[in-house]
Design a protein around this ligand. Structure first.
Ligand SMILES: NC(=O)c1ccc[n+]([C@@H]2O[C@H](COP(=O)([O-])OP(=O)(O)OC[C@H]3O[C@@H](n4cnc5c(N)ncnc54)[C@H](OP(=O)(O)O)[C@@H]3O)[C@@H](O)[C@H]2O)c1
Length: 274
């Protein structure tokens, strides 16, 4: 009953809290292909989306594995025209070490960006979910940025670790998100050559399973301080981030590319003091 061959494809990467809310929202105007790591969770994800009347297929993909990403690209190409790519998957600092975080959050996102560009046609929009964390850290040195510019280089970790010996997960998270925002700015010209767009969207504190995990983890006090400083006085919701992604994917955002949309209830402006 939910088959919608008339609709273009939205590929959503990541079946967690925000990934599912994004799929629900984009599913109003797209056929959904949702790709996520845990094959055992995917049938239930497909079932709930279909119960909502969404034409959804949920498939397994490990974004850190180029072969798995290539298989996903073949699958999506066989489904129809890619109108929207929403890359949502990432690990938070409390669930991974330095290398794992950079591998999933940055190397994985880069594989998806390369794949998305291959599938993109005129009017395709790619949205990469980043984080307020990308904006909060001090700007890395030019040497570090030079390494972050090419996360698929074989000596990526050797070079990065020679510049950053501390290797803390929080630092890996911030660097990965800084690099994703930068990737979206730097790659806009390649996407533009296809008349396609690429943007990042940086959520602040969001009430989600990931957000709750971080409140009870090592950075809990820091998060509480940020919440106290948030002008809107609350966390955002996954509906609000899905709304932002839907807007960025839509024709109403047709001249927006190579930039970031901060969705943080004003937190950054408040902590920076203007
Ligand atoms: N929640 C917040 O407060 C907050 C704030 C700022 C930014 N963000 C950003 O928002 C995004 C999503 O957050 P969320 O709340 O949806 O997180 P989440 O519920 O933890 O979901 C993350 C998803 O990433 C998927 N994933 C992990 N490794 C993967 C891999 N190697 N290949 C494919 N998929 C993989 C997981 O897949 P499986 O479940 O299939 O294993 C999981 O579904 C992230 O980019 C995060 O950094 C969140």
């Amino acid at each position: 009953m939910s088959e919608r061959p008339d609709l273009p494809i939205a590929l959503v990467i990541g079946g967690g809290g925000m990934g599912m809310s994004t799929a629900r929202r984009l599913g109003q105007s797209h056929r959904i292909v949702l790709a996520s790591l845990s094959a055992d969770k995917n049938p239930a994800r497909e079932a709930v989306l279909r119960e909502d009347g969404i034409d959804a297929t949920v498939t397994q993909c490990d974004i850190t594995d180029p072969k798995s990403v290539a298989e996903l690209a073949t699958f999506v190409a066989g489904q129809g025209t890619l109108r929207t790519l929403a890359h949502v998957a990432a690990l938070s600092p409390s669930v991974g070490d330095w290398r794992t975080l950079l591998t999933v959050n940055l190397i994985g996102a880069t594989h998806i960006e390369r794949m998305g560009l291959e599938l993109a046609t005129q009017s395709t929009a790619a949205i990469f979910v980043s984080s307020l964390a990308a904006h909060r850290s001090d700007r890395p040195t030019d040497e570090i940025i030079d390494v972050l510019n090419d996360p698929l280089a074989p000596d990526f970790f050797d070079r990065l670790e020679s510049l950053i010996p501390e290797k803390q997960p929080v630092q890996a998270y911030r660097l990965s998100k800084f690099a994703i925002n930068r990737m979206c700015r730097r790659r806009a010209t390649e996407w533009g050559a296809k008349r396609a767009r690429i943007v990042s969207m940086s959520p602040g504190l969001i009430a989600s399973p990931m957000g709750a995990r971080e409140f009870s983890g090592q950075s809990g006090d820091l998060k509480l301080e940020l919440l106290r400083n948030t002008p809107l006085g609350r966390e955002g919701t996954m509906i609000e981030t899905a709304d932002a992604i839907e807007f960025l994917a839509s024709d109403r955002a047709s001249f927006i590319s190579g930039t970031d949309l901060l969705v943080d209830g004003g937190t950054l402006s408040a902590v920076r003091g203007g």
